[in-house]
Structures are given as C-alpha cells and as structure tokens.
Design a protein around this ligand. Structure first.
Ligand SMILES: [Zn+2]
Length: 105
C-alpha cells in the first residue's frame, strides 16, 4: 500500500508540472478582414489567425484563439499529449505494482 501512495505522489507531481493541459489541435488559418481596400486581402494574403478545434463525443467545436494566447495553447496541447502518454503507461505500472505487493506478502 505504501508503494501505491508513492505512485500517487509521483503522479500528482507530474500532473501539476503539466498544467495547463488541453486536448485539442491548433491550426493557423488566414481570414479576410472587413476593411475596404485592404492590401493584404486584395493580394490574397489575408490575415493570420489561430483556430482551436476539438471534438468531444462526436461533436466538433472550433474557436478563434487570440495570437497572444497561441503559445500558451500550443504548450497546453503538448502537456495534454504528455498526460495521455502517462495514462497509457499507468496501466502496466499498476498491474506490476499489484503483482509485486502480492509477492512481498
Ligand atoms: Zn484585410
């Protein structure tokens, strides 16, 4: 059981260091503005914008992300992926820990 509380502590530390975390994707898109005679829009360059998209239970959601927030969102996506990898690893570790504690009896 002591082994389990150690694992819990380790888990809490890892999760805390991986905040903020989200599950989504971020893409740069180009959209036109509302200004008349905008050079960027006239030549087809338009204006860069960040788009967050995610799907949850089959429903897809997208929303614009302010450029200043984009680096934070990118980091949060990376953290989310790291947490996902930790969860995949957690299964085998849980079983191994259980087996070990049974052997030590
Ligand atoms: Zn424009």
């Amino acid at each position: 059981m002591n082994n389990d509380s150690q694992a819990k502590q380790k888990w809490q530390k890892q999760l805390t260091s991986l905040w903020p975390a989200i599950k989504a994707s971020l893409a740069m898109v180009r959209k036109p503005c509302i200004r008349k005679h905008c050079r960027a829009c006239a030549c087809g360059d338009k204006h860069p914008a960040w788009l967050l998209s995610l799907s949850y239970r089959g429903r897809r959601t997208t929303m614009y992300v302010p450029a200043a927030l984009a680096p934070t969102v990118k980091k949060a996506i990376q953290n989310g992926n790291k947490i996902e990898r930790l969860l995949y690893r957690a299964g085998p570790e849980l079983v191994r820990r259980y087996r070990k504690s049974r052997q030590n009896r």
